[in-house]
Ligand binder design. Structure first.
Ligand SMILES: [Zn+2]
Ligand SMILES: [Zn+2]
Length: 820
């Protein structure tokens, strides 16, 4: 005697129950001891603990989780880790804001502690959200990049790359955020279109007369090192090589030619400063020009700016414009729309400063990146070009040092006497050189025993970009190569240039191997109005609101069905509602099935007398299995979900169950054998549906499985049950054709009742079907009992000829006449 499902499905209760049970049961643990099943490792990106698990992350994590669950059911030993990328600017900025301080107001260890507190709190909130989403993470793998045990790995990778020659210290221009007071990498620079003012300024020629240059940044005039024109610009040819006065500064520079100068921009004469933009950097290195730094780390004017020293750049700009006006050197000012480089975190326009920094050689790897990107399987395929194009576009190596506090320390000291660089040895790690001395007695070069620490710290990407190796167990597990490269790296389209790129360069440099074999890319979540989702746009939806209203299984259906993998998807409440209604439909159908199976005993060897409609649903279920499997293999989640949802709702519930009811209810009329056959189909097709849905809606499928199937099937969880293998011999095109015809007859008769506003239970005294041919008549004849049972027909007659009646769509030669 089987237990039927209870009435009413309590979504939130059921979800919470399973989230807890799965963890207690250890359903999602990777089995290190299992050497028989193939492994499948996912490189889960450790998120930055902002404290908010927004809908974009819901999209990311649902994608990863659907893959993990599918692969687990495909009998892979799945490794689905979770870490937290704690360090970095965003947390520091947040702590400064929260406590109303600047990082320099506190000793570094105190400031660091405030950061750690905030991060731990935020991780708690986000971990809860990942759990609420029903992600099948192996939580025994959890790690935090701010823990000394992770520093050890980051620092070891630094030491190894240093020894391999990939890391160097040098004075180069870097992107600098004057608000955050740190160097930032190209990947952290964003571009905003702003309206700027183009100033036309006269530079006096030594020989008399003047040239007018156009610039948006007159405050950089004190850093002007040359004035340039295009060599092909006939207007200015005769001035090349002439000396020209730099206004407000008491010096002259030479007029030169440079191909980078656009004759169409402004007057076609430009000043080259150190540095206004990246073009200036190129010109300086090409023409071997001097560097005059007039802006410092805080965005203030230096001594090189003469009387403007100490002013902010904004103040200096105003003062210089005033002085130019007084001297009659300012011709005019025009508005101009301009792309401004800004800090990704605080949106302050960046400066380009020359400063001693640590760099990693990345550009020498560009060819290898391209080769590997082409070898990797990308979902969707075109995303590989985002990585390749980005790698090729880079002008500079990666600046990996930061002038911040909350980060992994660089394991380096310098000899106070001879300035020799001392690199930590692997067995000293983790180490904070700001607190500890190198573990050597004296400087290997001069014998001094006094050292000063490197105070700069590492870019946070330097922590997280070794995740593929760390997840695999590097450097502690001897067998780490078993899970390396990761089978899949997964992340958002907006961070290919960071996550995917940095992972690639770091692992190529460290291990001479690509870090991942495939790359799954998701798009962005847009707001309900189709614009990007943002709190200030009023289109923001918090994930907790969705979870607490309709639960995770409904939210996951929105993700899966939102659009093609890789495309941006708008958040739509109606999709969540539809998902929720589907859960209710599935629950009610399962409850019906469970009630019909009270006396059903599974017997794999029993031979059932399958009716045409049984063979029909069996074949359709097999075909569905093939389609869903193919779609999941290609990470086409929207196709997989639509297929299984349509099948469940329309083929299984609306058609098969309705047509089978009479057989189930009236064995005395149809025969016990036929009832058994219907029970057998209900049992198996529902099980198939649950299995195919399990990666998408893990909670409801588990609940139904545990009540109806667990005892007989014997798997601890539906998520540990093997994915259905295709049963080719059940796929029967003829059975499907015949069943489609029978279902069309039933549907059309029921439709007529509905149009006549009759109840579906209204008796039809006599139903005459004009089959339009002998073959069709025989097919309909075979299922006449299902038809008359479902349509409540007292007397059914099947005529082989084609005659006038209500047409049974889409068969133009078949019709019927019903007498009520
Ligand atoms: Zn900034
Ligand atoms: Zn020394």
């Amino acid at each position: 005697m089987k237990q039927p499902l209870p009435k009413g499905f309590k979504v939130l209760e059921v979800e919470e129950k399973w989230q807890k049970k799965w963890e207690d049961m250890g359903v999602y643990r990777f089995d290190w001891n299992d050497k028989t099943c193939p492994t499948f490792s996912i490189d889960t990106p450790p998120p930055y603990p902002s404290g908010e698990f927004h809908m974009g992350l819901v999209l990311n994590w649902t994608y990863f989780d659907m893959v993990a669950r599918y692969k687990r059911m495909k009998s892979y030993n799945v490794y689905f880790p979770q870490g937290w990328d704690c360090h970095g600017l965003p947390t520091e900025v947040e702590v400064e804001k929260l406590h109303g301080i600047k990082k320099t107001d506190l000793p570094p260890d105190k400031f660091r502690r405030l950061c750690e507190e905030l991060v731990s709190k935020n991780i708690g909130v986000m971990k809860k959200a990942i759990t609420n989403l029903g992600c099948s993470i192996d939580w025994t793998t959890e790690y935090k990049t701010m823990d000394p045990n992770y520093w050890r790995r980051t620092q070891l990778s630094f030491v190894l790359l240093y020894k391999k020659g990939f890391i160097y210290r040098g004075t180069h221009p870097v992107n600098w955020c004057p608000r955050c007071e740190t160097a930032i990498a190209d990947a952290e620079v964003e571009y905003e279109t702003r309206t700027a003012q183009l100033h036309y300024i006269r530079f006096k020629l030594e020989e008399g007369g003047f040239l007018t240059i156009a610039t948006t940044r007159p405050e950089l005039i004190p850093a002007c090192v040359t004035v340039a024109v295009n060599a092909h610009d006939e207007r200015y040819k005769r001035y090349v090589g002439k000396e020209i006065h730099v206004p407000t500064a008491n010096r002259t520079v030479e007029v030169i030619t440079d191909d980078l100068v656009d004759p169409e921009f402004g007057t076609g004469v430009v000043m080259i400063c150190t540095y206004g933009d990246k073009a200036d950097v190129k010109s300086v290195s090409k023409h071997n020009l001097p560097v005059i730094t007039c802006v410092d780390e805080k965005g203030e004017m230096t001594q090189n700016a003469g009387k403007y020293a100490g002013m902010t750049t904004e103040e200096a700009k105003k003062a210089i414009i005033e002085d130019l006006k007084k001297e009659g050197l300012l011709e005019k000012i025009e508005p101009i729309s301009q792309e401004v480089s800004v800090c990704w975190r605080c949106h302050t326009p960046i400066e380009i400063l020359e400063r001693e920094q640590w760099f990693m050689k990345t550009r020498i790897l560009t060819d290898q990146i391209e080769k590997n990107a082409l070898e990797i399987k990308w979902y969707p395929d075109y995303m590989k070009y985002r990585l390749i194009d980005w790698a090729k576009s880079l002008d500079w190596d990666w600046v990996i040092s930061r002038q911040r506090v909350f980060a992994t320390p660089i394991p380096i000291w310098y000899c106070k006497k001879c300035n020799e660089t001392v690199l930590a040895e692997p067995d000293w790690l983790p180490i904070d050189p700001r607190i500890e001395n190198p573990k050597i007695d004296k400087c290997p070069k001069c014998g001094s025993n006094e050292f000063k620490p490197e105070r700069d710290v590492l870019d946070t990407w330097f922590d997280s970009s070794i995740s593929c190796a760390v997840h695999a167990g590097w450097p502690d597990r001897k067998d780490w190569r078993r899970l390396f490269p990761a089978d899949m790296h997964a992340s958002g389209v907006d961070i290919i240039r960071t996550w995917a790129y940095y992972l690639m360069v770091r692992h190529l440099a460290l291990f001479n191997e690509k870090p991942y074999k495939s790359c799954l890319i998701n798009g962005m979540v847009l707001g309900t109005d189709g614009r990007s989702m943002h709190k200030s746009f009023g289109n923001y939806v918090a994930s907790q609101e969705v979870f607490s209203k309709r639960g995770a299984d409904a939210a996951r259906q929105w993700v899966a069905g939102g659009g093609a993998t890789g495309s941006d998807i708008p958040f739509r409440w109606p999709d969540v509602e539809y998902g929720w209604r589907f859960l209710i439909k599935l629950w009610n159908a399962s409850r019906f099935v469970s009630n019909q199976l009270k006396d059903y005993i599974l017997d794999e060897n029993a031979r059932h007398v399958l009716q045409p409609l049984d063979k029909w649903i069996l074949s359709k279920a097999e075909r569905l299995t093939k389609r869903v499997t193919d779609a999941l293999e290609r990470c086409q989640f929207n196709i997989a979900m639509e297929e299984v949802r349509n099948f469940t709702w329309h083929v299984f519930c609306d058609c098969y169950i309705e047509a089978a009811k009479d057989r189930l209810y009236k064995p005395e009329f149809h025969g016990e054998e036929k009832r058994k056959a219907a029970q057998y189909m209900l049992y198996n097709v529902l099980y198939r549906i649950l299995q195919l849905l399990a990666p998408i809606t893990p909670h409801i499928t588990e609940e139904i499985y545990q009540t109806m199937y667990a005892e007989e099937k014997g798997y601890r969880s539906i998520h540990l049950s093997p994915w259905p293998t295709l049963d080719i011999k059940s796929m029967d095109e003829e059975a499907e054709k015949h069943g489609d015809l029978i279902m069309a007859v039933i549907t059309e008769v029921r439709r007529e009742k509905a149009e006549k506003r009759m109840s579906l239970n209204t008796q039809i005294k006599r139903l005459t079907i004009y089959a339009g041919g002998k073959g069709t008549a025989e097919i309909i004849m075979e299922s006449r009992r299902d038809i008359s049972g479902t349509c409540k027909v007292a007397d059914i007659e099947i005529v082989p000829e084609e005659r006038e009646g209500r047409e049974i769509k889409p068969y133009s030669n078949i019709s019927f006449v019903a007498e009520y």
